[in-house]
Design a protein around this ligand. Sequence first.
Ligand code: NAD
Ligand code: RM4
Length: 256
Amino acid sequence: MLLEGKNVIITGASRGIGRAAALECARQGANVVIGYSGSASSTPLVEALIQDIRSLGRDATAVGAPAGDPDTGGKLVEAAVSQFGSVDVFVNNAGICPFHSFLDMPRETYLETVNTNLNGAYFAVQAAANQMKRQGRGGAIIAVSSISALVGGGMQTHYTPTKAGLLSLMQSCAIALGPYNIRCNAVLPGTIETDINKDDLSDTKKRDAMISRTPLGRLGKPDDLAGPIVFLASEMAGFVTGASLLVDGGCYVNLQ
Ligand code: NAD
Ligand code: RM4
């Protein structure tokens, strides 16, 4: 039980990596605030996740609000405090990657991606950190960045800067929040099969190329991120801050 009695907020937890992290946090003893977009299609997924967490003997509640809204972080924090009494861990996971070529990138696609992935995250991290400071007993903040913080993507020119931005945000916040014992770290997933890349990976040539670049010989699953996120959230990582953890089956280092 690495997170016994902790209260965790996870954004974009209705499915994919966020959902896997929410379930593992609950297995490790935490209550969970599930952040989700508020869309009608997400509601049944979120209701099922709440039931799954309750059947693990922990509690969960959900807040439907767009990740790009600067007020959403405050709403998530309010829900955690009113339902569970505190915020111990904040996981910024919500994100989009609408694959698109650079030269004709629609302005709205660029702006929506930066807003959802980075601008909202900035204010959510700020809201969570202020609550942790008020509580006076430290905390852990984890951003789900990406291998794409370190490398480019021709169809991801709007997305990769947001992932580099999140990594940089965790590095700077590690310094700003260290005096309050609030640790800030990033996980950098490689290619994990989820809804975000379903269409992209339906190109079998691309999918096979991605697998053959990966020393562990497969793409990732959402559960592959759950352990690393819980580790960074837990006291086992008590002296880890400003760090980034690649979770990519070795893909990044595989040059030749
Ligand atoms: P996913 O599409 O399954 O999950 C994305 C989550 O974000 C969903 O719960 C979705 O509802 C939520 N979301 C999207 N837009 C939102 C909005 N405007 N407001 C609130 N919530 C919103 O994909 P995933 O792979 O689980 O992605 C989770 C995170 O992991 C993203 O930040 C993504 O960039 C990152 N990531 C994914 C991969 C990968 O290969 N799948 C690799 C590196 C990083
Ligand atoms: C990741 C990485 C993956 C891609 C996802 C959407 O950061 O670039 O290859 O599938 O984003």
